[in-house]
Design a protein around this ligand. Structure first.
Ligand code: TZP
Ligand code: MG
Length: 210
């Protein structure tokens, strides 16, 4: 499962584009995975949007995740759900999803990372890796040292998320991440496919020189 470039949609940061357009353009530029993230969208609307993105992702061989909402993820045909430490606990989610359904978990330290792996997470994201202005309650970045500690303790894929762009994506990969999740580095750019392509190149060349 490739998670090299994982783009999280945000209509508030996307120059007026819809979640579906953001996802479509990100995939066009080479995103391996996209996540629908909207804290305010009514459930019915979210299922409709998620179903659109699920179709686009499937047609292009990308993975599609829904943030927070396991019900929406299952109903829309998404590949998986992304859960934070205050969302539905991993063990409850795992118990009610089909075997091939993917679950990603946000972690902030080694202990949470190991618990997520032991609980059957398919990937974890160190959240936030650096300071970010894109998530109000993100708190301060945990940094590359925490990332490398986690990478020495777990074997499932680890993503960096928060404050990552073309300027520091290679550092995140060198510290042990398997991929990078972003909002602003792709979603807020005028040319989303080109921004995704450049991020992907930065990640790929960092992986090649590891
Ligand atoms: N979760 C942790 S940090 C973050 C999310 C959704 C925001 C990432 O946005 P950016 O613009 O890539 O820092
Ligand atoms: Mg959440």
């Amino acid at each position: 499962m490739a998670y090299d470039l994982y783009v999280v949609t945000d209509e508030g940061l996307g120059n007026g584009l819809s979640h579906t357009e953001i996802a479509r353009l990100s995939i066009l530029g080479g995103a391996d995975a996209v996540q629908l993230r909207d804290k305010n969208m009514p459930c019915r609307e979210m299922v409709r949007v998620a179903s659109e993105i699920a179709d686009i992702a499937k047609e292009n061989g990308a993975l599609f995740f829904v943030n927070d909402r396991l019900d929406v993820a299952l109903a829309s045909g998404a590949n998986g759900v992304h859960l934070g430490q205050d969302d539905l606990p991993l063990e409850y989610a795992r118990a009610i999803v089909p075997g091939d359904f993917l679950i990603g978990v946000s972690v902030g330290n080694v202990k949470e990372a190991v618990l997520a792996e032991d609980g059957g997470a398919d990937y974890i994201a160190l959240s936030p890796t650096f300071n970010t202005g894109s998530k109000d309650d993100a708190g301060p970045g945990h940094g590359l040292l925490e990332l490398s500690k986690i990478s020495s303790r777990v074997s499932i894929p680890i993503l960096g998320i928060g404050g990552i762009g073309v300027h520091n994506a290679a550092d995140v990969i060198s510290a042990g991440a398997n991929g990078v999740a972003v909002i602003s580095a792709v979603v807020s750019q005028q040319d989303i496919p080109s921004a995704a392509y450049e991020m992907k190149e930065a990640i790929r060349s960092a992986k090649d020189s590891r």
